[in-house]
Design a protein around this ligand. Structure first.
Ligand code: SF4
Length: 440
């Protein structure tokens, strides 16, 4: 079906999976003749790919929907994705909304929109999250940025961490077929993409629905065999899902980035249990030791939630202790915030905001020390940097990432953009950037 003279605009909230799915929906609309315009412009259709991880993300989704209706009161405004799936009644009650769609059905979104444009009523049926059993075959064909691309290989999560709403928004684990992933990666390579980030709601669960614990490592091997992609990075993976095969691949294959994002969340066993995380602190430390035996300089980054209900000075100091022991190269600090609909929202012993802020500040300070410490290991070394398509907006310098996720700033010509270049790391610019110089 081709629709002429209609404009569509998209807004994405949340994670890499949402970014990927928006790109895929943009492809579908483009294939059907829609002109894609910036969200700030007047459009006939506005699609908001929503997030529900925090109450704040939900509030922002509502605000963005209202902005669309102000830009064009005659437009169709739709909210799709996680927020709608987890809280359909809440989303439907927003006055500015013309249609909603949950976490499934995005492949049919153009048909649905066309029916609405033709005057049909929208059927707002949202499947129960437990019935989201099929992997929906969204694909990304065209890209706006060809330096790196997210490639979604998995959807859903069975873990039900007590602070997290995602399993209710994404349903159970289901894996994308190898064939479909490989076709997409080949196509991305032919468009000049240098780095892919394998991503999923619970990436490390890839293949678990088919009872194959080595599925992720096997998929990476196949991608390396059949494509000339320059780099493969993993978005985030649980320490319990790191297989020996995966560690061996990182150690032996230069094209697999020397970087793992392993969410720790807390260093206290008591808090880990309250969070329903699937490991204890010693398990985590052992896994990191095992990885570092084969890949000593690997970047290990993490997420930590501070101020979880029941946390006290003792449990928080266990977190500070372990992050120093593990020497993460970067920590994303998330101050605990109540997400309605989760078990943690019902827990007693919630912490006052000033304590959560004090814990967050302390951990962010530790993070900066650790980031600088990790950078120092690489000063005077030559690393390959994948140069971004845009210069650093503060300094005007070229910027890019090493395989081990150091962000480098260096002087060079525009022609260097979107290529892999050798750069000598000369000094720390700040905890988040390293200075470098091009090596010919
Ligand atoms: S593993 Fe835990 S934090 Fe991650 S998506 Fe699943 S429930 Fe949420």
């Amino acid at each position: 079906m081709i629709i002429m003279n209609k404009k569509a605009a998209f807004y994405t909230l949340g994670c890499r999976v949402n970014q990927y799915e928006t790109e895929a929906m943009i492809d579908l609309f483009t294939d059907s003749g829609f002109e894609i315009v910036d969200y700030s412009k007047s459009a006939d259709v506005y699609i908001i790919n929503s997030c529900t991880v925090t109450n704040e993300a939900a509030r922002k989704t509502r605000q963005i929907a209202r902005r669309a209706k102000r830009a064009n009161p005659n437009s169709l405004v739709g909210i799709v994705g996680c927020y709608t799936q987890a809280f359909p009644d809440e989303v439907e009650s927003i006055d500015e909304i013309d249609f909603i769609m949950g976490s499934s059905g995005k492949l049919q979104i153009v048909n649905k929109v066309s029916e609405l444009l033709a005057g049909d009523e929208f059927d707002a049926e949202i499947k129960d999250y437990k019935e989201l059993n099929d992997y929906e075959g969204l694909e990304v064909k065209r890209l706006t940025n060809t330096t790196r691309a997210n490639v979604k290989i998995e959807d859903g999560c069975n873990q039900f961490c007590t602070y997290c709403i995602i399993p209710y928004a994404r349903g159970p684990v289901r894996s994308r077929s190898e064939k479909s992933v490989i076709e997409e990666v080949k196509n991305l390579c032919s468009q000049g993409v240098k780095e892919i980030i394998l991503t999923g709601t619970h990436l490390g669960a890839y293949g678990s629905d088919k009872k194959n614990k080595d599925a992720l490592a096997e998929l990476i091997e196949k991608i390396l065999d059949i494509s000339d992609i320059k780099r493969i990075r993993l978005s985030s993976i649980e320490e319990t899902e790191i297989s020996d095969k995966l560690i061996a691949l990182i150690a032996e294959e230069k094209r697999v980035c020397s970087h793992l994002h392993l969410p720790l969340q807390s260093g206290s066993d008591k808090i880990l249990k309250a969070m329903n995380r699937p490991y204890l602190r010693e398990d985590f430390i052992e896994t990191v030791e095992k990885i570092r035996k084969l890949v000593p300089d690997i970047a290990i980054t993490t997420d930590i939630i501070v101020g979880f209900p029941g946390e006290n000075n003792e449990s928080f100091s266990k977190t500070v202790e372990i992050v120093k022991e593990v020497e993460f190269s970067k920590i994303h600090v998330f101050p605990f915030s109540i997400r309605e609909g989760t078990k943690a929202a019902e827990m007693k012993n919630k912490l006052p905001g000033d304590i959560i802020s004090a814990y967050s500040k302390k951990l962010r300070d530790v993070n900066e020390e650790l980031m600088l410490k990790y950078q120092r290991k690489f000063i005077n070394k030559v690393k390959e940097v994948l140069v971004e398509e845009e210069r650093d907006h503060r300094t005007g310098m070229l910027t890019g990432f090493t395989d081990n996720y150091l962000k480098v700033l260096f002087a060079g010509p525009d022609a260097a953009q979107n290529s892999l270049l050798k750069v000598r790391l000369t000094d720390s610019a700040d905890p988040h950037h390293v200075k470098g110089e091009l090596v010919d």
